[in-house]
Design a protein around this ligand. Sequence first.
Ligand code: ATP
Ligand code: MG
Length: 212
Amino acid sequence: MPVVAIVNQKGGTGKTTLATNLASVLAEKGKVMLLDADPQASTQNWAAGDWTSPDALAVKGVGKGNLLPQVRSMARDYDWIIIDGPPGITRTSADAVRAADLVLIPAKPSPLDVWAASDIVAAVRARQKSTNGMPRAAFVITMAQPRTRLGRQIDAALAELGIPVLQARTTQRVAYPNAINDGNSVVDGSDQTARNEILAIRGELESLTHDD
Ligand SMILES: Nc1ncnc2c1ncn2[C@@H]1O[C@H](COP(=O)(O)OP(=O)(O)OP(=O)(O)O)[C@@H](O)[C@H]1O
Ligand SMILES: [Mg+2]
């Protein structure tokens, strides 16, 4: 039952988009709890929409201070717990890091996102220091514009922060906001590229969480 926390203190880096899509495709294979730890409740709004996502996917909001007990109480009932983190470094985002086996940090290919990642990287490092290197952590590049000079430089800049960058990433595609609007995932839409991107992220996630 891996717990995956999707966190970044910077707003708008694609946390909710990644969380809803990943949770949907993981639910094709097992039971998934998607915890909405963001007071903006974006994930819950998504779930309340035109709900066509898999039966194996449950979505629940988390009140302030409740994340750790909630994750503990659910651990045995789900194959995956995905946490959609709030923007900002808050008690909830710190709890998400504490609860996680794997922290995914979505970052857009922009120097602003690389600079802004330093606080969450420090929070993950502090946690790793006190718990024998757990949780594992990785950046996921989101909204990439393929074949740009900046795109290539961003991989190197993120890697310098000492946290690996997933090979799989999302590119800037309207299929992502469309899927949020439709209350489903990009796998339900017609954009094969977006679908393959999310499936590739799922594949890397599976190998990261199952190779210990
Ligand atoms: N790969 C993508 N292609 C195009 N648009 C995207 C992509 N990923 C995310 N977006 C859009 O970028 C915006 C921010 O994404 P999202 O809400 O997922 O970020 P967030 O990190 O959860 O934001 P917040 O910090 O406010 O919770 C949204 O409008 C979303 O539709
Ligand atoms: Mg969000």
